[in-house]
Ligand binder design. Sequence first.
Ligand code: SF4
Length: 259
Amino acid sequence: MDSSRPIALLATAGTSNRQPGPGTLATRQRELEAYQEVIRGCRACVEAGYLPAARPVFHGHAGQRVMVVGQAPAQPRSEHPRPYSGASGQTLRSWLAQAGFPPQELETCCYLTSVTKCFPGPSRSGKGDRAPSAAEVALCRRHLERELALVQPAVVITLGRLAARWFLGDRPLSELVGEVFAWPAPWLPPAQEGDARRQDLRGNGAPGEAGVLVLPLPHPSGVNRWHNDPANRKQLARALARLAELRRRLDLEPLAPWG
Ligand code: SF4
């Protein structure tokens, strides 16, 4: 799952990466709703002793063109918590606004989820939330895999190093932010030697045929030192410019008015 590499975006106007995967949109939406119930009922980390309680948080529908994958949700503050409803969400909305996304598009265009779906508790230092352990990430992996397969986004925005690692392997954010990567999505047919998609993965093709595009951002948490470091602001600005370019070049409207 982590074989990926930067790809060059084409200068050709009008490229679209609408890529019908297996299953109709309506079928995938029904399957997604059923699987979301499975996630809501998951208590794997409680049973394994990693969490005192499980309360999975995510939001979205099949056909949304962008998937935002964070590290783990913040502490739920309501009966029906929504992802990115707190301070981190405000920062994320302001970043996406710089890339041309109106505020409401965070929920209409974007499926909102995370590597692990339950609040992991505060960090030992008391600053911010605890990062989920590798064991928790492994337990929750099947849920993100299933969400990806049913939503079939065109673009994945990862927030922070842990989310980027899920797709791209363990690399420092300084190597990732500002780049766009082609992630060979499992629901797309395997590339054959010499076919167009394999050429695309070498950086010569249309983004839409290269697989899912992964655009890493830092985590928008206020305690994240990376994006608060002035030295990294140029990289963040470059990443948001590339996101704006993707938004212009690809049709990122949802495939159906689910939102
Ligand atoms: S973090 Fe994921 S695997 Fe763990 S209990 Fe929550 S939904 Fe289940």
